[in-house]
Design a protein around this ligand. Structure first.
Ligand code: AGP
Length: 608
């Protein structure tokens, strides 16, 4: 996720672009840049680091005079954060500048084609392909060049574009990435999101897929991909800037929960090619995949919980022995890593000290390390032998939701790849798993829309002192994450237990009214779980059950049941986690806690 802005009008563009970018830093902040036409040529300044670096370099925009320009604040997906990978990107002649939010999925194919035609690339980004492709199709008509490029690109994009030959025009295009445009006093502005324009206007046009906008200081024209003029209605925005940054949600955490369907799709779609799983960044041949004897997953917190799910999925599907360990334990226990062990380090931030130390410890023992990381170019991403990115976009709330969900998806993809290559699943089974994977975003959306029911239930437990989460197998893994979500933002004590372990001590804590959340998504374990539910209920517990649609048996045992839609037994954690995230969130909200910034916690624990 990145932030784009653009301006054309009577005022100096650079200060307006910088101001707009400052309101979009929540969308990405590893590098930033602006390009402005000064009447003769397009001048550009861009730099790695926060927007402040760019503001200082350009003396708050003074070094880039001109009344038309585009700007960008980046969350790297292709090409790590650097000056050269920062946007805007220019064609070789420097006569076209483009900023982009999204992922061009076929950029490597287009890059190869353009290189073959003599184009020289300077960056590792997918976006630079757009600048050269516009150049390739440009024959003096910007609109025609844009529509031709649109027909060639696959993936998602919101673009801001300026052409040297048209110094009083600004173009914008949208497919699957958000884009709004608006009129300001004596000018027009484009942005990825509402916060960037509220200072100038509250009346905006939300651009739909495959629509193009041509703006001048006193006009705005809309076109479809066939270059036909279209009419659009403006929308009046009531939000204040703070609400707008959260997309109208009360907290970043809730916003990010609602971003999960798209984040999940962004993580799996580039890796599904027809009926096959293709993970180019794995850097392993089929022979090397077959040679793996064991997988050692190492992480902290929610990433560790994702790893616990990964154990059940990889062992159950790919029949590979998997060990999961806390990075803080792994790094000091003189771990034994036999020949043929693949270490997988999972980390949203890619900067967690214990996880980075565990990666280095693995290398010291001669093991190969695969990173599953959200932040492109982070330390763990750079030091791992190979890295699979979770394209969740920047996650602002301390309590992870969308990044965790994308970690699960990455582990499913890894398990499917390994299972197929190692002959554990057939083509038809792989096709069915891929179909199940593709249904997850809509199923997550369905569960999120169930939030009022969960909010009502959560309000009854705002005063709870102890909450237990129990499950067996893969449901134990999700119980760990459900418990952490609750305790880290509501400060209510909570524990997750393997349900079969309760009777070995902890059940003595269950008393009248204790809330126990039981997760039952594994049909072969329903009966065992129901007897555990009965055990705690007879001791006074109130039981919230999260289970598969169709499991009516649980109604007799539990007090309150939340159903999740049908999927295969390995993917149920992606659905069961949604009501548990919402449960923890609404209890914390009910207690008046600082949901996005819980006490004592940091988004990335870069110290021991
Ligand atoms: C989870 O909600 C917490 N933010 C925390 O447990 C987190 O998962 C852990 O610190 C690991 O962070 P990482 O994924 O950035 O390495």
């Amino acid at each position: 996720m990145c932030g784009i802005v653009g301006y054309v009008g009577e005022k100096q563009a650079a200060p307006i672009l910088l101001d707009g970018l400052s309101k979009l830093e929540y969308r990405g902040y590893d590098s930033a840049g602006i390009a402005v036409f000064d009447g003769e040529k397009i001048n550009m300044t861009k730099a790695k680091g926060r927007l402040k670096v760019l503001e200082e370099l350009t003396h708050d925009g003074a070094t880039l005079p001109g009344v038309v320009g585009v700007g960008h604040t980046r969350w790297a997906t292709h090409g790590e954060p650097s000056d050269v990978n920062a946007h805007p990107h220019l064609n070789q002649k420097g006569t076209i500048a483009v900023v982009h939010n999204g992922i061009i999925e076929n950029y490597l194919k287009l890059k190869k084609k353009l290189t073959g035609k003599g184009y020289k690339f300077v960056s590792d980004t997918d976006t630079e392909v757009i600048a050269h492709l516009l150049d390739y199709y440009y024959d003096g008509n910007p609109l025609r060049a844009i529509t031709k490029v649109m027909h060639r690109m696959e993936g998602s994009y919101a673009l801001g574009i300026i052409f040297k030959d048209y110094p009083d025009e600004l173009y914008a295009v949208r497919k699957d990435s958000p884009l709004i445009v608006g009129n300001t006093e004596g000018g027009s502005i484009i942005a990825s999101d509402v916060p960037a324009v509220l200072k100038y206007t509250r009346d905006v046009y939300f651009i739909e897929n495959e629509e193009i906008v041509r703006m001048k200081k006193d006009s705005m024209e809309f076109f479809n991909v066939d270059e036909e003029a279209i009419e659009k209605e403006s929308t009046h925005i009531e939000w204040d800037v703070d609400a707008a940054e959260k997309g109208g949600y009360e907290h970043f955490m809730l916003k990010e929960m609602y971003e999960q369907p798209k984040a999940i799709e962004d993580t799996f779609s580039p890796r599904i090619k027809g009926k096959d799983i293709v993970i180019e960044e794995l850097g392993m041949s089929d022979e090397e995949i077959r040679a793996v004897k064991k997988i050692m997953i190492v992480a902290c917190g929610s990433a560790y919980h994702a790893g616990m799910t990964g154990k059940y999925v990889l062992e159950g599907m790919a029949r590979i022995p998997v060990e999961v360990d806390l990075a803080s334990e792994f790094r000091y226990r003189d771990p034994i890593l036999e020949e043929g062990t693949l270490v997988v380090v999972i980390s949203q931030s890619g900067e967690t000290a214990d996880s980075l130390a565990a990666l280095r410890e693995s290398h010291a023992r001669g093991a190969k390390v695969l990173g599953i990381v959200n932040v492109v170019g982070s330390s763990i991403a750079r030091e791992a032998d190979n890295v699979m990115y979770t394209w969740a976009g920047p996650e602002i709330a301390v309590a992870t939701t969308k990044a965790y969900s994308c970690q699960l998806i990455a582990l499913y993809l890894l398990a499917l790849k390994f299972s197929k290559v190692r002959g554990q699943i057939s083509d038809s089974e792989l096709s069915q798993y891929i179909e199940d994977l593709k249904r997850i975003p809509d199923q997550v959306e369905l569960l999120l829309n169930n939030k009022n029911k969960i909010q009502k239930f959560a309000n009854r437990y705002v005063a709870a002192r102890d909450v237990f989460f129990i499950g067996r197998g893969i449901d134990y893994a999700i119980s760990l994450e459900g418990s952490l979500k609750l305790k880290e933002i509501s400060y209510i004590h909570s524990e997750a237990y393997a349900a079969g372990e309760l009777k070995h001590g902890t059940i003595s804590l269950i008393e009248e009214g204790t809330l126990v959340t039981a997760v039952l998504t594994q049909e072969d374990l329903y009966k065992k779980m129901i007897s555990n539910v009965v055990e705690v209920r007879t001791r006074g517990a109130f039981v919230l059950a999260v289970t598969n649609e169709g499991n009516d048996e649980i109604k007799r045992a539990a007090d309150y049941v939340i159903y999740i839609p049908e999927t295969n037994r390995f993917f149920t954690n992606s659905l069961a986690i949604i009501p548990l995230q919402l449960f923890g969130y609404y209890i914390a909200v009910g207690k008046g806690c600082d949901v996005d910034k819980p006490r004592n916690l940091a988004k990335s624990v870069t110290v021991e």
